[in-house]
Write a protein that binds this ligand. Structure first.
Ligand code: ATP
Ligand code: MG
Length: 438
């Protein structure tokens, strides 16, 4: 091993080493994802952030002085290797590296319980307990690279549509989506809460900026253990002045289509690894009114009444080929939507939609009430304390524009795009009723 203190610099990432690099001296840096032994030969797979390369350690081909160091190497060890590239048809990318010197940068001293090459991996709790190591698995690498593309593409799309990105407080004084799922916190000598959504702030901001969006955390003390609820999730929130729910549902569906195409274009190798072929979307998405869907559910023999929420379980039993991918459910009963959603002239239904993917809810949106008296009336009907919302209501005295918007759950969207069946694998360090660390 080279003991000089001089830092070695990487000359090549694994992905640019190929048969055209044959014979070149290179320095690679990464971590060892597998060690296989075959009589006198050790095969190391060294990973960097773009891929991996096979390193071959054959007695007689590397300096004998490296021998004792080689015996210490375990999976996950961080290593820098100088060596010569050689074509080898049997190696994964048709090439391998013959080392002439290396440095162990950080030795792994335990055998990891995480199986790197496995798609499913070991049990989720074992994986989450050692999440940073789990995230080295190619399966999660693909998901989080796609998630990064989704975030970038969302910003790109909304910028093109004339929206400005905003950041609103996450520590708040009052509930926005109903009181049951709030996390209370100490705020100096008072009680405060973590925000359930940026709803009221994004609405207020339409006064000054017209079109705003925020990508940020939402906190919900979800009482149940499901595969689609987190206590801390990421919401893509959009709000636009002088439009209604039909207009923003069109923005949402164009955004989904844009993301879909961007992922297809920019994440080909990750989609291949995940064995996902994103289906062609038929556009515009189908729209079912809530009332039509209730009739459909009743016709299929399910016990559900107008006014009930439509559970995932009930939806999963509907046999309609147009409800396998994206579709909207519109015009929900006013009574089961939040106080800020604008009722239709009938009063019983409201100007609202949910975007669905199969039986998974991805987004809820609506036209909002912009008239102060109407808003107060709705709040009273829902039993809310008007005084607690004074900070919000008072801006409605100054020409609050008519506006509409939606909140789209990023992790739910990732589930739909990447076929992830547990939402915990769409977030780096998930929070749920049982888990607060790492
Ligand atoms: P659900 O009925 O599925 O619990 P919701 O109707 O309570 O969701 P909304 O208040 O409409 O949720 O929030 C908008 C979007 O934010 C949802 O459509 C969903 O994509 C996402 N979302 C809400 N709560 C959670 C959560 N606990 N975990 C992950 N995503 C969530
Ligand atoms: Mg909803």
């Amino acid at each position: 091993m080279n003991n000089s203190n001089q830092t070695w610099k990487r000359t090549h990432y694994s992905k640019i080493i190929d048969t055209t690099t044959n014979g070149r001296e290179v320095t690679i840096i990464g971590w060892i994802s597998s060690i296989r032994e075959h009589s006198n030969i050790k095969f190391l797979t060294v990973n960097d952030r773009f891929g991996s390369i096979q390193v071959i350690l054959k007695k007689g081909e590397y300096p004998e002085s490296l021998e004792s160091e080689i015996s210490k190497i375990k999976d996950h060890t961080a290593i820098a290797i100088k060596g010569k590239v050689r074509t080898e048809p049997k190696a994964p990318n048709g090439i391998e590296l013959i080392p002439n010197d290396f440095r162990i940068l950080s030795l792994a001293n335990k055998n990891s319980p995480i199986v790197i090459q496995s798609r499913k991996g070991v049990g989720i709790d074992t994986r989450l307990d050692l999440r940073a190591v789990d995230l080295r698995r190619p399966y999660l690498q693909s998901i989080f690279n796609i998630r990064y593309t989704v975030l970038n593409s969302c910003r790109e799309f909304l910028r093109q549509e004339g929206f400005i990105e905003v950041n609103t407080p996450k520590i708040i004084a009052t509930a926005t989506e109903g009181g049951a799922t709030l996390f209370p916190i100490f705020y100096y000598d008072r009680e405060a809460f973590l925000t359930q959504s940026p709803q009221l702030y994004k609405e207020q901001l339409t006064m000054a900026f017209e079109n705003v969006f925020e990508i940020g955390p939402i906190f919900r003390a979800e009482p149940s253990r499901t595969n689609r609820h987190l206590s801390e999730a990421t919401s893509i929130d959009v709000e636009k002045a002088y439009v209604d729910y039909n207009d923003v549902s069109e923005i949402l569906e164009r955004m989904i289509l844009f993301l879909w195409n961007e992922i297809k274009d920019k994440n080909k190798s990750h989609l291949e690894y995940l064995k996902i072929q994103l289906p062609d979307l038929s556009f515009p998405f189908k729209r079912y009114t809530y009332s039509d869907l209730i009739e459909k559910l009743q016709r299929s023999g399910q016990s559900i009444e107008w006014g009930d929420d439509i559970s995932q379980q009930k939806l999963s039993k509907v046999d309609d080929k147009d409800m396998k991918l994206f579709y909207f459910i519109t015009d929900w009963p006013t009574s089961i939507k939040p106080f800020y959603v604008r009722p239709k002239p009938t009063g019983t239904e409201c100007e609202s939609f949910d975007l669905m993917y199969g039986d998974l809810e991805l987004s809820s949106g609506s036209t909002r009430i912009h008239d102060k008296d109407e808003l107060i009336e709705r709040m009273k009907k829902q039993g809310l304390n008007i005084d607690a919302f004074d900070f919000h209501l008072k801006v409605f005295d100054y020409g609050m524009p008519p506006h509409a918007g939606f909140g789209l759950g990023l992790e739910r969207l990732m589930m739909s795009m990447c076929g992830v069946d547990n939402i915990r694998d769409a977030v780096l360090f998930p929070r749920d009723i049982d888990r607060l660390s790492p």
